[in-house]
Design a protein around this ligand. Structure first.
Ligand code: PCA
Length: 216
């Protein structure tokens, strides 16, 4: 059976939980729409995260790769559209490194677009009643690094048919240190939303060409 690799991050920035790993591990081992979910945790460490992702891809040979991370200041599930070749860390990573103005990949292209049907996933989530949005920046921290590295690796394997991308999740209600929205999304709701996103991805849902751009 085809596999989907779902990655989540360990807690970082002084938090004790990270919804991205809680969601990924909740779906681990489940069959969703004809695919088997394999969840792997990534370290929130610039020097290790991409190596861990590559090792997981080698080990599991997934047909889809969906990387998840926490966006502590957002209130919706954010389907990321673009990864940039930039690291500019606002806080140190879990190994104490805080690189500023470095490329993810020296000499690499400035950016990669997601391989997900991002607008279709946002629309599908919204129709099912979940708060979701299209995002044009995954930041400049470890999540963006992993997203960029993933899209770079998948571009090298163009033709292999592996599709992937990145989704940021909002904080859980118990993450009082984060900027909590008035109605935070509980873990159950995030898990259910991501199950639907995985279902749409493995069904090879085509992209929706509706307006999703922003002026600012
Ligand atoms: N969020 C951070 C890194 C790990 C995570 O879950 C980010 O958005 O870069």
């Amino acid at each position: 059976m085809n596999k989907i690799l779902l990655t989540g991050f360990e807690p970082f920035g002084g938090e004790t939980v990270n919804p991205s790993w809680q969601v990924a591990s909740a779906l681990n081992g489940q069959r969703i729409g004809g695919a088997m979910v394999v969840a792997v945790q990534l370290p929130c460490v610039f020097a290790l995260a991409l190596g861990a992702l590559d090792a997981a891809r080698q080990a599991h040979q997934p047909r889809w790769v969906l990387a998840l991370g926490l966006a502590g200041s957002r209130s919706s599930i954010s389907v990321e559209r673009v990864a940039v070749n930039l690291v500019d860390a606002r806080i140190p990573d879990n190994a104490g490194a805080q690189p500023v103005d470095e490329p993810v990949l020296a000499g690499g292209p400035a950016a990669y677009f997601t391989g997900l049907p991002a607008k279709a996933i946002v629309a599908g989530l919204q129709q099912a009643g979940y708060r979701a949005e299209l995002s044009h920046t995954a930041g400049s921290y470890v999540c963006n690094q992993v997203f960029y590295g993933l899209m770079h690796a998948l571009s090298l394997g163009a033709g292999s048919g592996v599709r992937g991308g990145f989704i940021h999740l909002p904080p859980l209600p118990e993450q009082a240190d984060c900027h909590l929205p008035s109605r935070p999304m509980a873990l159950d709701e995030q898990v259910a939303a991501l199950r639907l996103a995985v279902e749409m991805l493995v069904a090879d849902t085509p992209e929706l060409h509706v307006v999703g751009g922003r002026i600012d």
